[in-house]
Design a protein around this ligand. Structure first.
Ligand SMILES: Cc1cc2nc3c(=O)[nH]c(=O)nc-3n(C[C@H](O)[C@H](O)[C@H](O)COP(=O)(O)OP(=O)(O)OC[C@H]3O[C@@H](n4cnc5c(N)ncnc54)[C@H](O)[C@@H]3O)c2cc1C
Length: 315
């Protein structure tokens, strides 16, 4: 890391995803001149990483005439429905939309510059931002680095044997026929739908299943877009829903994996279980250790990992 002072700004926005690009448009509209969006990769990097088959669940619609914003727009005069001509864009398409907006609105995005720390300046206003290219000072810092690139990889002991849903490039191209997906929210349901469509068998497990909830908050329940798709996939017989299954840990024996749940339920699978249990966001200075939501198992993770399988009940 270089300690050279690169720039002094009024506002530094960290991350050029949906939030960072949207905030950039707003800063321009408010007439802020000395600002930059610092991006460690390139505009829309998280969306570029979505599994190929994943689509926006919220629909895009050009409703400008009525003065409403397109649901998926990051700002005024920037409707993805108009630009992409798609109701449910893919991650790649949406990344293209963000790049187009950044160009059209001439946003100052500095790519390939990773933020490593943010510290208040002593005895003066503002912050010192340490980056991979040097130090930047800014009066205000807007954190827009998202969650997608910071998945929660250790929600329970043995989770290291699993594959996180955000690390899958394409559900159709995943090898194997028999899957367990842990977590039945949007990411897990989306994984199960695409695996089932590819002719694979899926157990979809959740302790508190979103598919049973009747809430208006979309972060608690499944969107209408996903409910419709899951109903269709269910007809194929390739998806089985396991409700009230709280996963306590995962073990491996040879080439098989075992998922340990409450009430002594165990599920065996030949493929690494898919983790769709969420994200944790960026933590400065975080290097190792269990996240806040770790489930404490009787015995250590090491004991669990080496436990030989005794029987293989499926449910
Ligand atoms: C299955 C699924 C479906 C979804 N569907 C929808 C939907 O239909 N509608 C909807 O509105 N939302 C949807 N979302 C949520 C949406 O993807 C996120 O809310 C959105 O991506 C968040 O945007 P963001 O800009 O905060 O983060 P991101 O898009 O992740 O952008 C963060 C950026 O910050 C950069 N960055 C990270 N760390 C640093 C660092 N240290 N220094 C510099 N740069 C850094 C990254 O490279 C990245 O480009 C969905 C999510 C999932 C998982």
């Amino acid at each position: 890391m270089s300690t050279e002072l690169l720039e002094v700004l009024d506002v530094a926005v960290i991350g050029a995803g949906a939030s960072g690009v949207g905030v950039g448009m707003a800063l321009k509209d408010f007439g802020v001149e000395r600002f930059a969006i610092l991006e460690r990769e390139f505009i829309g990097a998280s969306f570029e990483r979505w599994p190929k088959e994943m689509r926006f669940i919220t629909p895009s619609f050009t409703s400008d005439q009525f003065g409403f914003l397109d649901y998926n727009a990051v700002g005024l005069r920037a409707s993805p429905a108009f630009i992409l001509k798609k109701e449910h864009p893919s991650g790649k398409e949406y990344a293209g939309y963000l790049r187009r907006v950044a160009t059209q609105f001439d946003l100052p995005v500095w790519e390939q510059i990773a933020v490593e720390s943010v510290t208040p300046i002593k005895q003066a206003e503002g912050f010192e931002i340490e980056t991979s290219k040097g130090v930047i000072q800014a009066l205000f810092v807007i954190w827009a680095a998202g969650e997608f690139q910071y998945p929660n990889l250790l929600p329970f002991p043995g989770a290291e044997f699993c594959r996180h849903s955000s690390r899958v490039e394409s559900w159709k191209e995943v090898a194997g026929d028999d899957f367990i997906v842990i977590g039945g929210g949007e990411s897990g349901a989306d994984a199960a739908i695409h695996l089932a469509e590819a002719g694979k068998h899926v157990y979809l497990l959740d302790a508190d299943p979103p598919w049973e909830m009747n809430e208006s908050d979309p972060s608690l329940t499944l969107s209408p877009f996903t409910r419709g798709r899951i109903n269709e996939a269910f007809k194929s017989g390739n998806i089985e829903f396991i409700a009230r299954a709280e996963v306590l840990g995962v073990g491996q024996n040879g080439s098989r994996y075992r998922v340990f749940c409450n009430d002594n339920y165990k599920f065996d699978t030949p493929e690494p279980p898919i983790l769709a249990t969420g994200f944790m966001g960026f933590r400065f200075g975080r290097t190792a250790g269990w996240p806040r939501r770790a489930v404490i198992m009787p015995g250590s993770a090491h004991t669990l990992r080496n436990e030989p399988f005794t029987s293989a009940p499926r449910a």
